[in-house]
Write a protein that binds this ligand. Structure first.
Ligand code: UDP
Length: 253
């Protein structure tokens, strides 16, 4: 079979042309990066876990009517997705102070926020994905006011859904990042949830112990990232409880 055409290689994923027009194949790599790619490593099995976890969340969100790019998982590392035009924003939703919010505003990590806070960062690695205001987004034409209203509504639905999923398995959803894309149905534009939802893009703390189960384990050298992500997957029922290390392919169907 002819090799698929590579469209784009990012830090944690590769995008290939899909089999039908309007589709793409999203491949999850084992590469982990942090601090705008200053820290790098290959974490055995991370891509497999994120593929499964992102599928789990996207399917669940689809089931409650949130439009997503996910079509189906193809194999251990790949999923078929709907092609869309990514809006150049990282949309961050926070329930508890952590990370850059704590640093920027001097709010102690772990402080519950009075309401979910949504922030926008402009997606540009060279600039380090700077925080931007709605004013910048509209003035520079990255998204319209209507798009932003739709993005906020979508982000809050994702927050409610993910918070509930996590709470049910003893995990606190501290914050997360999503990306949104545009698709056209004839002349009509719609926004859909794109990219991925995985412990790479969320902060997840065990409710009882506060143990971190997300990419901070890598950023802050807190232990095995694969163990942390495997724990999240097991609790959510994405991996059988008695399965061995995630790198053994026979255990992932
Ligand atoms: N995040 C992400 N990609 C980015 C930046 C942030 O997925 O390029 C996620 C991050 O994992 C966390 C949330 O967005 O769940 C908020 O991140 P924060 O702004 O605190 O930045 P950080 O402390 O990670 O630099």
């Amino acid at each position: 079979m002819a090799r698929r055409k590579l469209v784009y290689e990012g830090k944690a994923k590769i995008m290939y042309e899909g089999p039908e027009p309007g589709t793409m194949v999203q491949y999850f790599k084992d590469d982990a990066t942090a601090f705008n790619a200053e820290k790098k490593a290959v974490i055995d099995g991370k891509g497999v876990l994120n593929n499964r976890l992102s599928e789990f969340f996207m399917v669940g969100l689809g089931n409650i009517g949130v439009p997503t790019h996910f079509i189906k998982r193809l194999n251990m590392r790949e999923q078929l997705i709907r092609a869309c035009e990514i809006i150049p924003l990282e949309i961050i939703v926070r329930n508890v102070a952590a990370g850059s919010l704590s640093t920027r505003l001097g709010i102690e990590e772990g402080t519950a926020l009075p309401r979910p806070i949504i922030e926008f960062c402009y997606k540009d690695d060279k600039l380090g994905d700077p925080l931007v205001a709605e004013e910048h987004i509209i003035a520079f034409g990255w998204a319209s006011q209507q798009d932003l209203d739709d993005i906020v509504a979508l982000a809050l639905r994702v927050n409610d859904f993910l918070s509930g999923c996590m709470l049910a398995v003893g995990i606190k959803l501290v914050d997360f990042k999503i990306e949104v894309g545009r698709v056209w149905d004839n002349d009509f534009q719609r926004l859909i949830l794109a990219d991925e939802i995985s412990p790479d893009s969320c902060r997840l703390w065990d409710i009882e112990t506060g143990k971190k189960l997300d990419k901070d384990v890598f950023r802050r050298d807190l232990g095995s990232l694969t163990d942390a992500y495997t724990e999240v997957a097991r609790r959510l029922g994405v991996l059988p409880n008695n399965s061995g290390p995630v790198t053994r392919p026979t255990l992932i169907n």
